[in-house]
Design a protein around this ligand. Structure first.
Ligand SMILES: Cc1ncc(COP(=O)(O)O)c(C=O)c1O
Length: 394
């Protein structure tokens, strides 16, 4: 029974409709009809976490003093392992006491950061397309969003010149994410330097999401915002263990960077949660200490799947240049179809699930995102089904 006097808070009504909801209905319908779905929709890595991570979680579970409330700010040893990892990967020094905060996954931290820093009416710069929490978090906090529309001609990079001066002067935060979900774009170090000088000039807080830090190929090494001189004065960077270590269900990530910015998030979070289960922090520590050979193996897996799918799609008319990072392909819809119509058509005719680009904002219209989260037999099956259904580019 629904009671008319129980009304939702306005902040829920502000959120744009979730394209995934309609897709979920169609997926459920297809499953009911017995269709064998090939779900390349979500960025949910297949396969288990590395065995040493599982072993370390099991050992930590067996320790009876690991089961109480964990420290709000994460265990000292996990915070230290994050700073060591940062030094090893990027040559950046961080203070484990105040420049690092473990999170219940980076989505949690990204969204709560918005609540910690945005007042209703504040102006926030967010690229479009973007990972949805980059705009949904600010919207929940009551922000006015200035979308920076990205495009293929500019290699999906933010064109800082396109931001009107009065907007830049008023803006409080800029969210960005390279290597990018969903566009797979990567940004050169000079781009990061330009963003830092732009943000310092206009006094804008930088929030960089380096979720795909290690999923890079062909010799490409992603840049950390914190490598750029002066970035730590004005910015923070988010990381996750979900993707590289297949730990999406474990809910563990972290934010690093400016101590004051992190303190605001910590203050909010001490009122919301009790931090991450200690056994999971132990396992995450083990993950960050794995040898480079593990990461290389993960990179090879996604690179080979990328090449396999690009080659198969080329026979169906798509010309896709290989992305240097992430676990996705970002592919244009055939002419005369929209992101939604194309994704729905593919689902209904083939049982293959892809994500419509407009789920990531208006700038994603005309594209779909394909996750490389299945092995060759399923990817081949997806290609065969597209071919039999006559789905081609052009
Ligand atoms: C850019 C980006 N940031 C963050 C996340 C979520 O990470 P987590 O599992 O740590 O919440 C994702 C997941 O797809 C992502 O694409």
């Amino acid at each position: 029974m629904s009671l008319s006097w129980i009304t939702r808070a306005d902040r829920l009504n502000i959120l744009p409709t979730y394209v995934f909801a309609r897709l979920d209905e169609l997926k459920a319908g297809a499953r009911e009809r017995g269709i064998d779905l090939i779900d390349l929709g979500m960025g949910n890595p297949d396969g288990p976490p590395p065995q040493p991570v599982i072993d370390s979680a099991i050992a930590a579970l067996a320790e009876y003093n690991n089961h109480g409330y964990p420290p709000f700010e994460g265990t000292t040893s996990f915070r230290r392992s994050i700073t060591q990892w940062y030094q090893r990967c990027y040559g950046v020094d961080l203070n484990p006491d105040n420049e690092v905060l473990p999170l219940l996954g980076s989505k949690e931290g990204l969204t709560h950061l918005a609540l910690a820093y945005i007042n209703p009416g504040d102006l926030v710069l967010v690229p479009s397309p973007a990972y949805p929490p980059h705009f949904r978090g600010p919207l929940i906090a009551g922000a006015r969003i200035h979308p920076i529309i990205l495009n293929a001609q500019n290699n999906w990079l933010i064109d800082l010149q396109s931001i009107p001066q009065n907007v830049a002067r008023e803006a409080k935060i800029l969210y960005f994410n390279y290597p990018s979900n969903p566009t797979t774009a990567t940004a050169p170090k000079e781009f990061f330097e330009e963003v830092v000088s732009f943000a310092r000039h206009y006094e804008i807080m930088l929030v960089h999401d380096l979720c795909y830090a290690e999923l890079a190929f062909d010799g490409y090494q992603p840049t950390s915002l914190l490598e750029i001189p002066g970035a730590k004065d004005i910015g923070v960077e988010f990381h996750t263990l979900s993707k590289t270590y297949n730990m999406a269900g474990w809910r563990v990530g972290f934010v690093v960077g400016n101590a004051d910015i992190i303190q605001g998030l910590r203050t909010l979070k001490t009122n919301l949660d009790y931090g991450i289960f200690t056994a999971i922090q132990k396992a995450a520590e083990t993950a960050l200490q794995l040898p480079d050979s593990y990461v290389k193996q993960v990179q090879d897996r996604y690179r080979l799947r990328r090449d396999f799918l690009i080659s198969g799609l080329s026979k169906l008319g798509w010309q896709i240049s290989p992305s240097k990072a992430t676990m996705y392909l970002w592919i244009p819809c055939p002419p005369h179809s929209t992101s939604t119509s194309f994704a729905m058509d593919v689902l209904q005719k083939t049982g293959v699930v892809v994500t419509p680009g407009n789920a990531f904002g208006e700038g994603g219209e005309g594209y779909v995102r394909v996750s490389l989260i299945a092995d060759y037999d399923r990817l081949q099956e997806a290609l065969d089904r597209l071919s039999s259904a006559g789905i081609r580019y052009g």
